[in-house]
Ligand binder design. Structure first.
Ligand SMILES: [Zn+2]
Length: 203
């Protein structure tokens, strides 16, 4: 699902007839390609991502209290939980690190699992705690950041003269052109193939 999100960069690649390659993020004034990495660092959503980060952290604490009421959540334990790399908004360190955007996309960091396990909670319960919290985070993301971003995108498209009708009416022509170009390339490759060349020499 995350790889399918219709970011401008993806639209520029798939519908170059409608989306100019020079267009940049419709939500901010930075001259940046709009894709997942940019969204996570886009200044227009910095506060929303920070809020989402805090909400996820709180959700995990609340889910632990719900699923494992006997777990001893000390201030030190909570502080060390907050220090895990999975809360960093984007991986900025030179070494590969598990950052919050991966957690948001549903990847579960092993260090988070192992850290919750230190509370002597069964593995299946730890999985349920994290899954429940991440699902809630994804829902908040869709209703806040992604919803706002889509509104920005619709306004941007309107500004550029792109609407639902344009997308549909141009889609068929674009597809035909695309197929036509592909056929030409295939014909060229066939003419250059060894079998084709032998055939040509024999005639
Ligand atoms: Zn931006």
């Amino acid at each position: 699902m995350w790889d399918e999100l219709p970011f401008l960069e993806r639209l520029q690649r798939n519908r170059s007839d409608l989306y100019d390659a020079s267009w940049t993020c419709p939500s901010c004034s930075l001259s940046a390609k709009e894709n997942w990495n940019h969204l996570c660092s886009c200044p227009a959503y910095t506060k929303d991502f920070q809020g989402l980060n805090i909400a996820t952290h709180s959700n995990i604490i609340e889910a632990i209290k719900c699923h494992a009421p006997k777990a001893h959540l000390t201030p030190t334990w909570k502080r060390d939980l907050a220090a895990l790399s999975c809360w960093e908004l984007l991986n900025t360190s030179p070494t590969p690190n598990f950052s919050f955007d991966l957690l948001l996309r549903g990847f579960i960091p092993l260090n988070l699992v192992n850290y919750i396990k230190t509370l002597r909670i069964a593995s299946t319960t730890v999985t349920a705690i994290i899954a429940e919290s991440v699902t809630a985070t994804q829902l908040i993301f869709r209703k806040t950041i992604w919803h706002t971003r889509c509104e920005q995108m619709v306004a941007f498209e309107k500004n550029m003269g792109i609407d639902a009708c344009t997308k549909k009416s141009n889609a068929f022509t674009y597809l035909i052109d695309h197929i036509h170009n592909k056929v030409q390339v295939q014909e060229l490759l066939h003419l250059l193939s060894p079998v084709s060349r032998i055939g040509s020499l024999g005639t």
